[in-house]
Ligand binder design. Sequence first.
Ligand code: THG
Length: 292
Amino acid sequence: MKTVLKSQSQEVVVSMDGPIVMIGEKINPTGRKKLAAALQAGDFEYVKQQALQQAAFGAHVLDVNVSVPGLDEKSLLPAVVKFLTAHTQLPLCLDSNNPQALAAALEVAPGKPLVNSVSGEEGKLRDILPVVKDRGAAVIGLTMDNAGIPADAEARLAIAGKIIERAAKAGIPAEDVLIDPLVLSVGADQKAAAVTLQTIALVRREFGVNINLGASNVSFGLPDRQTVNQAFLALAFGAGASCVITDAEKLAGAVLASDLLLGRDPYGKRYLIHVRRMQAAAAAAAAGGARG
Ligand code: THG
């Protein structure tokens, strides 16, 4: 199955045989005081800097989350989307809990954006699916509902099925639904990653849809988070995930190595280009340091 996302000028395809798609997570003020302050001040330069940096590290799509307590997302999200459209050619992933903010951002986003997200909650299905359909966008479906995130893979599979079915009823084809099986911290629950990996395999087998993950949660509270995140991502791609919301700067290497190992990078071309680019950047930084 192929999910096509578009900006004003570029197309990104999520599929099981093409490159794993990296959605840059950094335009998100959660835990980022500097970004929260910049958004509060209406200063989007820092947003631009984050966008360009993520693109340079290989992000294919940019997640845009502007949820800061006290700010009006309904006006801020479309404003930041418009700003980003003037400064980046990457497709956007509109990340909000607020259906009105998503609807407003969809009106100004170019091409074919990704909506992040709907869930199995009735209110979310009712409010979000029609605007996704009207705009011809794609949507991420989280495997949770009013009762929270189920502890077992079968229950997450059932919610995925419900979302896909309700999307179809609203006129959204399965290829425009990415299922996100969600991962909790393995530091808090030993089985957290295993349940997510099982859900990925079940959803792929049952529905064949593309699967997205936000991977950073898995390592919350553990030392050396990056090593855990890298190992988890490799396992998730092996199980069938093909899209990830992540820090491209830290995890592009693991994503591209996974592509290579899964036979999704002919001749290792993209892996080699990435490594050379990182080496050139490190050399330039070292030379700058020596001069400075
Ligand atoms: N699935 C979907 N969408 C999502 C998530 C998901 N959106 C939000 C989140 N999870 C993914 N985005 C982030 C963004 C930032 C961080 C983690 C996930 C993060 N921030 C640092 C922290 O909290 O320690 C901030 C510090 C910093 O990096 O400077 O880790 O799962 N569909």
